[in-house]
Design a protein around this ligand. Structure first.
Ligand SMILES: [Zn+2]
Length: 308
């Protein structure tokens, strides 16, 4: 029996991990779907890779230690020349794919016409393909650099990626949870944004509008609900923490999800999952990791147009 598209998408989402850039993730899923519609069954095998995982990979076939830990694994062949921080995987900007058999049960690693076609779809969606590299060809590899070098990314620079509207498929669209968030924003705050499953400026602005509305309603602030991240809104921000149960928590959860952090179910309940997601986000953003959603966190979440 032919494997269902849903199965390929679900497996791919799992493999890409939580640290994957939302645009890279959405693009990868569109690629899987487009290929499927052309009769090619493909799956993503890898996405975000931590620095430690990169060290373990680099240690294959080498004597290597990183941060005082030994990662040498001479029993295996060399698979990469990228040290920790030298792969776009480490910043959630790269994915690897492979072809699977029609029933979805076997991986097929032959770089044939189908493989080339998937790479072409990927490139059409804005990826650069490792198979085009002249020195070290990496056929499963696709990346979106946003024009940033490893050094810039290591210094905390965020790429500004966007998923072109024309590239969003009609059936699967972008990320399903983002579509759900967009629909909720429309219903709850009359946001009138398109449910395209992609976190763009309009969705960001709708989240800010929601936050302004809730600050007015729950804390008697007198903000103009304009969806702009201005000084008045910044000053009106309240701090919320574990135990909070309100629409502001829901906005926090949605905003964290947009940044690639999983707050658990979007239920407006500030529980353990939301706290963990917040903590991870704070650490990754290099702001105070105090598990409190206060001025610093909200500002980090909303002061830029896009990117993680
Ligand atoms: Zn790769």
């Amino acid at each position: 029996m032919k494997v269902a598209l849903r199965t390929l998408l679900d497996r791919s989402v799992k493999k890409m991990g939580k640290g994957i850039n939302p645009v890279v993730k959405a693009s990868a899923l569109v690629m899987v779907e487009r290929a499927y519609n052309e009769g090619i069954t493909v799956q993503i095998s890898e996405g975000y890779r931590s620095l430690e995982e990169q060290a373990a990979l680099y240690g294959q076939g080498r004597v290597y230690s990183y941060n005082g830990k030994n990662y040498s694994n001479l029993a295996k062949p060399i698979v990469t020349n990228a040290k920790p921080g030298q792969s776009y995987h480490n910043f959630g900007l790269a994915i690897d794919f492979f072809i699977v058999s029609e029933d979805g049960k076997r991986a097929i690693w032959t770089v044939n016409a189908k493989w080339q076609r998937v790479a072409a779809i990927g490139k059409d969606l804005g990826f650069e393909w490792g198979g085009d590299w002249s020195s070290f060809k990496d056929y499963p590899h696709l990346e979106m650099t946003g024009g940033l070098s490893y050094t810039q990314l290591q210094a905390g620079k965020k790429p500004h990626l966007k998923l072109e509207k024309s590239n969003i498929s009609k059936t699967g669209k972008g990320d399903r949870l983002i579509i759900f968030i967009q629909k909720t924003l429309n219903g709850r705050y009359k946001a009138a944004i398109e449910g395209d499953g992609v976190y763009g400026p309009k969705t960001r602005s709708a989240l800010i509008k929601g936050l302004q509305t809730e600050l007015n309603k729950q804390f008697n602030k007198k903000l103009v609900v304009d969806g702009k991240w201005g000084p008045k809104t910044k000053n009106a921000i309240v701090t919320i923490k574990k135990g909070a149960s309100c629409n502001i928590t829901w906005i926090l959860q949605a905003a964290l999800y947009m940044k690639g952090y999983d707050p658990g179910p979007l239920d407006g309940e500030f529980g353990k999952n939301t706290e963990t997601a917040l903590f991870k986000y704070q650490r990754a953003s290099r702001i105070s990791a105090d598990k409190l959603a206060g001025k610093e966190t909200w500002n980090e979440l909303f002061d830029r147009e896009s990117g993680r």
